[in-house]
Design a protein around this ligand. Sequence first.
Ligand code: GSH
Length: 230
Amino acid sequence: MPYALMIGDRSYSSWSLRGWLPFGAFGIPVTLHSTILYHDGFARALEAFAPGLRSVPALKTPQGGVLSDSIAIAWHLAETFPDHGLLPRDPTDRTMAQSLIAEMHSGFGALRAACPMNLRTGWAGFKPSDAVLADLARIDGLWSRALSRSGGPFLFGTYTLADVFYAPVAMRIAGYGLPVSSAAHAYVAAHLAHPPLRQWRAIGLTDGPEQTAYEMGLPRVPFPIAPPER
Ligand SMILES: N[C@@H](CCC(=O)N[C@@H](CS)C(=O)NCC(=O)O)C(=O)O
């Protein structure tokens, strides 16, 4: 029996994207189950998948274990598939990747709250608060340090779990036209061109309803918003 992964709406559920990308990017077989956020069937679908589950993503292992959090899924897969390159091999890069992942998983609350991921549209005229700008500056610094060490296009050269965790951040930068450095914009472009992410987004454009909770009250423009000319 392969892994079974429960996800929410592809266009909106950034944690589901983090749960699925390791499978899409590293060729690990998985059976997908999906449900719709803010829908009255959501709780029932989760309960049917694994008793007591409250959020997506959630993963059932072939051995019958259940992982109910994206970072637990990531560490489980890195441990189970040590030869798939989920984490960088170099010890310094590896600890840096682990730290980047953990900081993303527990942080950047201002950016996450102000700019919900929405892969269906861009929003014109978004004005980031000082708290959002502070999150962006920290992210830009982390990315720039890793990218200048590795030479890109991904944080540690080739795609790793660190990129999995920052993919939805890159999508927010693209969807809200957020101000970041040219090195960060190049990294966002690498995500936009990444085939698993393109596949996820293409399916998400039609796989569920428009979620009114994600309406920003700003003019809609095509996603992604092009970075400013420098
Ligand atoms: N810490 C969790 C967060 C998961 C999460 O908040 N998922 C959202 C969807 S993106 C969810 O299921 N929300 C439903 C709810 O909270 O009722 C993880 O990393 O997986």
